[in-house]
Design a protein around this ligand. Structure first.
Ligand SMILES: CC(C)(COP(=O)(O)OP(=O)(O)OC[C@H]1O[C@@H](n2cnc3c(N)ncnc32)[C@H](O)[C@@H]1OP(=O)(O)O)[C@@H](O)C(=O)NCCC(=O)NCCS
Length: 153
């Protein structure tokens, strides 16, 4: 990793920066309301990563009994391939494990080779397909899952 980085709890003060990254990265970006809701949900987990005092990555999802559903993960374009997403996901999974989760699941666009590769390298396996899950463009989702061992690191 090139720059020193630290985890931060995602509070409303980061919303503007999160929305800027979100709109840069996704064709179907989450809205301010989507983020505000998840920040307030008790059954949610969210985490940001700062480098050089700037938010450069965020990840979040919901806990549903023993499964953590990773619903959003993004790294600012200029800060990719520095290990930030890897660090963020591992920390989210440690926290999910501490809250009783034994699995993490997610959906990813089939055409998003970078993310699919990233998740594979992070220990996720392809377990199915959700047909026509995404809009803009309409596309299937790959369902991926990873078991969370007690020593999830
Ligand atoms: C997918 C994404 C989160 C990865 O973030 P990142 O911080 O660049 O990833 P990391 O640096 O932590 O990469 C960890 C590993 O993933 C793999 N990986 C990451 N980017 C890759 C790429 N472009 N091609 C192939 N493998 C890649 C590598 O194995 C890498 O390990 P290495 O650095 O030892 O080679 C980032 O590209 C992103 O934000 N993409 C747009 C948003 C998105 O697609 N989110 C997921 C939606 S479900």
């Amino acid at each position: 990793m090139e720059m020193e980085s630290l985890f931060v709890e995602l509070r409303p003060q980061y919303l503007e920066r999160i929305l800027a990254i979100e709109r840069q990265v996704f064709s179907q970006p989450w809205t301010e309301r989507d983020f505000s809701c998840i920040f307030q949900e008790e059954q949610a987990l969210s985490l940001g990563l700062k480098a050089a005092d700037r938010l450069v990555a965020y990840g979040m999802g919901h806990i549903d009994r023993t499964e953590f559903h990773l619903a959003n993960l993004a790294v600012d374009q200029g800060h990719r391939n520095k290990g930030y997403a890897g660090r963020l996901v591992e920390e989210l999974l440690v926290r999910a494990r501490a809250r009783g989760c034994t699995w993490c699941g997610l959906e990813v666009r089939i055409s998003n080779g970078t993310a699919v590769q990233f998740y594979q390298e992070s220990g996720f396996r392809q377990v199915g397909i959700r047909p026509r899950y995404y809009l803009r463009p309409r596309e299937n989702a790959l369902i991926m899952r990873r078991e969370l061992a007690v020593n999830v690191q």
